[in-house]
Ligand binder design. Structure first.
Ligand SMILES: Nc1ncnc2c1ncn2[C@@H]1O[C@H](COP(=O)(O)OP(=O)(O)OP(=O)(O)O)[C@@H](O)[C@H]1O
Ligand SMILES: [Mg+2]
Length: 298
């Protein structure tokens, strides 16, 4: 996979520019060879395969068996929707994929989760590296208490990018990718909390994308949004699947019908049925799936 951080280091050109300098109070104009980044550089991203295989996954929290022998595939560069009634373990599954459940008191996880072939449960994998591969979008947007610009640049700064020109390019690129650039380009330095909730959610998406994940994990990312903002996020996900594998928990069957390529139906901690959206929605095999899709329970 080509990395943005490395690709943006390369589109550098040089140019002679006039510069005015003062030395000991005496001004002089000099010609200086400077390096600059080509502003029209197109990013080429995530050309590799991004997929997850889960097998025999069990999650216990204290005495509760929350996920029961889960086997599933998250296919490459598709939208996978996890559906199922409240309390069936959707959020727990999503959080286990990037090991956020590690911090839960009394948790015990067994089984295998292969992220691009690497077993993230058993191999002593560094958690921060796993999490960097997965951008997590939660139900309620949670912008950091800082400016719009700093929110997007935050992760990059943590990863050591200090060059202001480079940061400006990254911020613009990902605000564009999250469909927010045109709305905020004139107020990048204003606090992020002044944005509408829908804009805040897109800002959180831009912030997640800026650290170059391969997967986007979204837990009911549109449930707190108005219909127009929800539609914007849905449309963004459909565009973003060219570059990312997206796993989306949703309570809204209609949303899953609109955008899912692949569906996972859960019930009481078990995977009841999984397959292409076309198969699961049009020809469900299991009685429980049929009942859930018909609205018999929710
Ligand atoms: N930290 C925890 N400690 C104890 N039990 C928990 C914890 N987190 C989740 N659970 C339990 O695990 C089960 C699955 O919860 P989870 O939040 O994954 O369900 P969900 O499908 O996301 O539900 P919802 O649709 O309401 O968000 C529930 O019975 C819940 O009470
Ligand atoms: Mg949940």
């Amino acid at each position: 996979m080509k990395s943005l951080f490395t690709t943006i280091a390369f589109p550098v050109e040089t140019e002679l520019r006039k510069e005015y300098r003062t030395k000991n109070g005496v001004g002089q104009t000099i010609w200086k060879k400077i390096r600059f980044f080509r502003p029209d550089y197109k990013f080429v991203r995530n050309e590799g395969i991004s997929e997850i295989f889960v097998s025999g996954l069990n999650v216990h929290i204290k005495n509760n068996h929350i996920l029961k022998d889960v086997n599933l595939t998250i296919p490459d560069k598709k939208i996978t929707c996890i559906i199922g009634p409240s309390g069936c373990g959707k959020t727990t599954l999503l959080k286990t994929l990037n090991r956020l459940t590690d911090s839960v008191e009394g948790v015990k996880i067994t089984g295998k989760i292969l992220v691009n072939g690497e077993d993230i449960i058993n191999s002593g994998t560094e958690i921060t590296r796993i999490r960097r591969k997965m951008g997590l979008i939660s139900q309620r947007p949670c912008p950091l208490p800082m400016s719009i610009f700093d929110n997007v640049a935050y992760g990059c700064r943590i990863h050591g990018i200090r060059n202001r020109r480079k940061l400006r390019m990254i911020v613009k690129h990902y605000l564009n990718a999250a469909g927010l650039w045109e709305e905020v380009k004139d107020r990048l330095r204003t606090p992020a909390v002044r944005l509408s909730i829908g804009q805040q959610q897109r800002l959180c998406l831009a912030r997640s994308l800026a650290v170059e994940p391969q997967f986007i994990l979204a837990d009911e990312a549109t449930s707190a949004l108005d219909p127009i903002s929800s539609k914007t996020i849905e449309e963004l996900f459909v565009k973003l699947k060219q570059n990312y594998s997206i796993v989306m928990v949703t309570h809204t069957l209609r949303q899953a019908l609109r955008i899912a390529d692949h569906v996972i139906f859960m019930y009481m901690g078990e995977i009841i049925e999984t397959g292409s959206a076309e198969e699961v929605f049009n020809r469900p095999q299991h009685e429980l799936t049929k009942k859930y899709l018909s609205g018999a329970f929710s």
